[in-house]
Write a protein that binds this ligand. Structure first.
Ligand SMILES: NC(=O)c1ccc[n+]([C@@H]2O[C@H](COP(=O)([O-])OP(=O)(O)OC[C@H]3O[C@@H](n4cnc5c(N)ncnc54)[C@H](O)[C@@H]3O)[C@@H](O)[C@H]2O)c1
Ligand SMILES: O=c1ccn([C@@H]2O[C@H](COP(=O)(O)OP(=O)(O)O[C@H]3O[C@H](CO)[C@@H](O)[C@H](O)[C@H]3O)[C@@H](O)[C@H]2O)c(=O)[nH]1
Length: 328
């Protein structure tokens, strides 16, 4: 029996592959290497280069490897890019997920974990936001993920198929043992961009918008350490395998930090100032989003171990330093 990890050559997926291997599972990765790296998939996990939208390929892999569960990370992830290219996002995040789900049902896979996002909430009326809040995405990225959640719910109703959709808040940090981290080229994520700037890989960085209705005028997010997020996936897998019903869970710490607070944390960790430009808003950004994480703590017994912004930043910075040394 094998777990199929789509997008396992990417940032979060590669941490999941390590956790599955650490737990003694057999792992097959499907990744088209559009933003992932062959070197991010550790042996003995098997990397098959291909598209999750290729139903014949996925069906063959399910049959040949005896896949019992799918953890679906593959997707396009940059909120402003989705505003510029909505159809590309609906193709990769929604249509290709439909194909993957169809292959899972046809192949008798009964457990499916989906990388959803806090972006399905848009600008929630209440913070922290519960899973039961209205779903009103403000970007095609959020809509593309919400549509996949809806397909999963309808599929689970119609077939012998159960899923967990995990709505990640902002994922950051790196494996504390230094085995994996975020290597994405031309990354757009705040903590990664700030770490690159702190290490001189970028001359300066921008703050996108200082006129939001938040305490310091910059956007507020709930940053979750990638290792705690992966632990939530392992808990969800155990839950589904022991007969748990389909469900949706927020993955965050219930603590919000503004863009300026995050930049301060990176300055503290790196020990020096770096150039920051206060600029205009970026398209598609919600002003503030923080998770209510009671449900996942209660139902899945998830207890975060690295819920501290300075720890997240220290691990992200450590990984960024190792990338810099490797490139030198
Ligand atoms: N990083 C975050 O803060 C965050 C937050 C919420 C949700 N998510 C979701 O988590 C998942 C993983 O994100 P990440 O940060 O690791 O991004 P990433 O870009 O590092 O990983 C995505 C991986 O999927 C692969 N991929 C993309 N399209 C594919 C396709 N059609 N077929 C096969 N492989 C494909 C890429 O090559 C890459 O390896 C995504 O679905 C993303 O939407 C991420
Ligand atoms: O150079 C930068 C980069 C980001 N930001 C701001 O920092 C905040 C966080 O941005 P970013 O790190 O790009 O994350 P989000 O746009 O919040 O989206 C991330 O978090 C979502 C969940 O909340 C996921 O679904 C997405 O895949 C993931 O990219 C936003 O206000 C950005 O405008 C800056 O000011 N400067």
């Amino acid at each position: 029996m094998t777990v199929l990890v789509t997008g396992g050559a990417g940032y979060i997926g590669s941490h999941m592959v390590l956790a599955l291997l650490d737990a003694g599972e057999r792992v097959v990765v499907v990744d088209n290497l559009s933003t992932g790296f062959r070197s991010a998939v550790p042996p003995p996990a098997l990397l098959i280069e291909g598209n999750v939208g290729d139903q014949d390929l996925i069906s063959r892999i399910i049959a040949e490897h005896g896949v019992r569960a799918i953890v679906h990370f593959a997707g396009s992830i940059v909120v402003p890019d989705s505003v510029a290219d909505p159809l590309g996002y609906y193709l990769n995040n929604t249509s290709n997920s439909r194909t993957l789900i169809a292959a899972a049902v046809a192949g008798g896979v009964k457990a499916f974990i989906f990388s959803s996002t806090a972006a399905v909430y848009g600008n929630p009326a209440e913070i922290p936001v519960k899973e039961t809040a209205d779903l009103k995405p403000v970007s095609p990225y959020g809509t593309s993920k919400l549509m996949t959640e809806m397909m999963l719910a309808d599929t689970a109703f119609a077939h012998d198929f159960r899923y967990v959709a995990l709505r990640y808040f902002n994922v950051a940090g790196a494996d504390p043992a230094g085995r994996a981290g975020q290597s994405t080229p031309r990354a757009t994520h705040l903590i990664k961009v700030a770490c690159e700037t702190a290490l001189g890989k970028r001359a300066s960085m921008d703050v996108f918008g200082t006129d939001y209705p938040t305490p310091d005028g910059t956007c507020v997010r709930d940053y979750i350490h990638v290792t705690d997020l992966v632990a939530a996936h392992m808990a969800a897998l155990g839950y589904l395998e022991s007969g748990g019903t389909s469900d949706v869970f927020n993955c965050g710490y219930s603590s919000g930090y503004s863009v300026l607070e995050v930049i301060e944390a990176v300055k503290r960790a790196s020990g020096g100032p770096f150039a920051v430009t206060l600029g205009p808003r970026r398209p598609g950004d919600a002003e503030a989003i923080v998770a209510d994480s009671a449900k996942i703590r209660e139902r899945l017994g998830w207890t975060p171990k690295l819920a501290n912004l300075d720890t997240i930043v220290a691990h992200a910075l450590g990984w960024e330093r190792s990338l810099k040394q490797a490139a030198a």
